[in-house]
Design a binder for this molecule. Sequence first.
Ligand code: TXA
Ligand code: MG
Length: 357
Amino acid sequence: MKTEILKLDEASSKKAAEIINGGGIVAFPTETVYGLGASVFDEKAVKSIYAAKGRPSDNPLIVHVADKDHIEQVAREINNNARMLIDKFMPGPITIVLPKRKEIPDCVTGGIDTVGVRIPEHEGARMFLKACNVPVPAPSANSSGKPSPTTAKHVFDDLSGKIPLILDGGACTGGVESTVISLCGEKPMLLRPGLVTHEMLESVLGHVDIHSAVLENGKVDKAASPGMKYKHYSPKARVLIIDGDISDGEKVYNLCVKMKRNPLILWNGEEIANSNMHADTLMNHNDTSAAARNLFALLRRADDSGFDTVLISAVDKSGAGLSVMNRMLRAAAFTVLTKNEIAFLDENKLKTVLQNS
Ligand code: TXA
Ligand code: MG
């Protein structure tokens, strides 16, 4: 199959909607990352999303709708907490998990009776969804396990030959996937941090629990958050998080070079401006929103450039930083080197660290 890339406009959204309503799948931009959509009522098309991505079938999809009135087509009941979040943050980079309507096929949600609903803020995304005139389940449009795509080219690199059309809406402004919050339990639970931050959620709902899997590599119970048990966001390169300052990063970098590895370091721009290391700017002045926007594209570029090791600066976990740390920890298979560990690090110890992934 030849994969076409079309600039997103009215004509291309119409064409994409025809594909969706004819049982096909299409990649489209949102403000977070690119998604790969189908018609919610077409089980065969939904299954072909899983096949194109190589995604495990028990990992549920988020269902996208064009506006608030359409949420009821997907969710069985909309409780008070949901109403407040819808009023305050939708359209926007947030997904709320609610009880599922029985009309939504099981293959969309991997067999569970809840469903994630999201209204993207991206105007082009909503133009496409309106044209489809049906809710659109869509995961990120990457091969399963790879960093999520933030440009049409990223989608093409992963899915060329497997899908007929990519709508190109330019680079995503958010860069990490939507916040996922479950409103089905007794208390609201943040399942995946995003750019509607934990602080923003608490400003509306009061206390919001953060699921332990957000920052820890623990056992994840299926009903709470099926997606979190899978390996995520992994470039080919081995990623290590450096929880220290640039001199610590430099020490690890030099050890990598000594071990004949080919490292890249991702750091605050101002601290690597005159560096002799292979370095790229994760953000400037600890602006974690910029880190969110850049992270996935930088990891993909590291692979394309042939680096086999990527050292990344840890970031502050408040605001957008929580979503950045959550994605970085998965990319790094939860390997964090602290200042203290780096002080005692030698080639042998680093070799062991690099082997554990
Ligand atoms: O920003 C985004 O959310 C993007 C764009 C395309 O909208 N989509 C996205 O989808 O990131 P995906 O499939 O890559 O990630 C969906 C996450 C998974 O971790 C999944 O387990 C979780 O949301 N999820 C979906 N439905 C759920 C449900 N009913 N209960 C719990 N978690 C759910
Ligand atoms: Mg994904």
